[in-house]
Design a protein around this ligand. Structure first.
Ligand SMILES: Cc1cc2nc3c(=O)[nH]c(=O)nc-3n(C[C@H](O)[C@H](O)[C@H](O)COP(=O)(O)OP(=O)(O)OC[C@H]3O[C@@H](n4cnc5c(N)ncnc54)[C@H](O)[C@@H]3O)c2cc1C
Length: 404
């Protein structure tokens, strides 16, 4: 039976270093959605929100959820577009106040709390000349991002960000703290890399393997009229681009420098980032981007420009400003260019608002991925066996709008 606080809401706040807020309390609304990035607020209402400040808080919170027969939901960075963390009748664990972050240059392992963002981790790694492929938007939390795979910087060449998880610490549904890596609890370690919001435990700490960094970009802006030429050409070359190159194409309204015709032009941006160690290697890797048959029509040509993660983050922030209300549609597509290019064209051409953008992110070429077939027993203490390499990849298109 739950105890009752003096103000009529269930008690238990005294068990935590952090803050527990029940639905009846005045600060509840801020606790419920104050850390949700998308300003479209869901009509879902957790029973209470726990701002945990320690692993002990998380364990005590799981016990409290059992006592009150509550389901559990978790928020790390709050960047789920649909605010998955906000679930009816749950005890919502918010990690916003757990802020551990360090890098050990001896072992090459970074240790982070799940609420740490890709941008924050990279600020910490920068003095060591290291880099972690977190979300392109610097404010995305590593927790939700890594659990759902993580399409970070240069996923095309390096694979999913979750492939760079060395280990995790987690709290199970029984309230038990466990460590999981390749050898210790390998079934949990398998599940943490891709379960997304379906993961059945709470991750309290990630151990990550960053990589050395160097960045060069080539960026071309074409008028949207060149769409067919540019996209057919890209589908012809993206399979063979060097694996150090990330390729994204964006349809949006842009002011073109020196363009007297109009303030904004409906444009097609072809943006490539090369993560090679020397300028010479980057130049060679980016050279194919100058072979576009529509090159003469390009409104902007920035070729092999040294850049930094900070500059790239600034651009992402400009395109995805905090405080806006977002709606997003996604497509996961595969097929020959003669089908794909016309199929995507309406997404790029018919941007419904001046702030809408469409993007196509190349995942080619097909890369072998070790997949695991999980022979599950009733509990998740199962054996996992490798079932060999599979082929995976696909171009991805997304269409996003912000709604004021
Ligand atoms: C502007 C913007 C840019 C983005 N860019 C990218 C990108 O470049 N690449 C990409 O792959 N994705 C990107 N995303 C999507 C983003 O990765 C996902 O929405 C991700 O879930 C966000 O993680 P979070 O921790 O911030 O979110 P949250 O809303 O905090 O978490 C999402 C869900 O993950 C689960 N979860 C989170 N933390 C834990 C935990 N510690 N233990 C157990 N479960 C947990 C919960 O089910 C939670 O509801 C972007 C999103 C936005 C809004």
């Amino acid at each position: 039976m739950a105890d009752s606080g003096s103000d009529g809401v269930p008690g238990s706040s005294g068990k935590f270093r952090g803050t527990l807020t029940w639905r009846e309390e005045p600060q509840y609304e801020e606790a419920r959605v104050g850390r949700v990035f998308n300003s479209r607020r869901p009509q879902r209402f957790p029973r209470a929100v726990l701002f945990a400040e320690s692993v002990e808080d998380v364990i005590a919170g799981v016990r409290l959820a059992h006592e009150h027969n509550l389901t559990i939901s978790v928020r790390s960075g709050g960047h789920s577009w649909d605010a998955w963390s906000v679930r009816d009748g749950s005890l919502l664990f918010d990690f916003g106040r757990m802020r551990e972050m360090s890098y050990d240059s001896q072992s090459g392992v970074a240790t982070v709390s799940p609420s740490i963002t890709g941008g924050e981790l990279n600020s910490c790694l920068d003095p060591f000349g290291m880099f972690f492929p977190g979300g392109h938007c610097p404010d995305v939390g590593l927790g939700g991002f890594l659990l759902q795979g993580g399409m970070g910087w240069n996923t095309r060449g390096w694979g999913w960000a979750c492939e760079r998880i060395a280990a995790v610490d987690l709290v199970t549904a029984e309230g038990k703290l466990m460590h999981a890596d390749e050898r210790e609890n390998p079934d949990l370690f398998w599940a943490v890399r891709g379960s997304g919001p379906g993961f059945f435990a709470i991750v309290v700490r990630f151990y990550l393997r960053p990589r050395p960094k160097a960045l060069t970009r080539s960026t071309f802006v074409y008028p949207m009229e060149a769409y067919d030429q540019v996209m057919h050409w890209l589908h012809g070359i993206h399979q063979s681009l060097d694996s150090s190159v990330e390729l994204v194409t964006i349809g949006l309204q842009l002011p073109i420098p020196g363009d007297a015709e109009s303030a904004m032009r409906h444009s097609l941006v072809v943006h490539t980032l090369c993560f090679a160690d020397t300028p010479e290697v980057a130049r060679a890797a980016l050279a194919p981007m100058e072979s576009c048959p529509a090159l003469a029509q390009a409104l902007v040509r920035d070729i092999c420009v040294p850049t930094s993660l900070q500059e790239e983050y600034e651009e992402q922030r400009r395109q995805n400003p905090a405080g806006d209300r977002f709606a997003a549609d996604n497509l996961w597509l595969s097929g020959p260019a003669k089908h794909m290019v016309p199929m995507l064209k309406p997404c790029f051409e018919s941007l419904p608002t001046a702030r809408t953008f469409a993007l196509w992110y190349s995942m080619a070429p097909l890369r072998p991925l070790l997949t695991w077939r999980c022979l599950c027993s009733r509990k998740f203490t199962s054996r996992c066996t490798p079932s060999g390499p599979i082929r995976h990849t696909m171009p991805v298109a997304a269409h996003g709008s912000t709604i004021r």
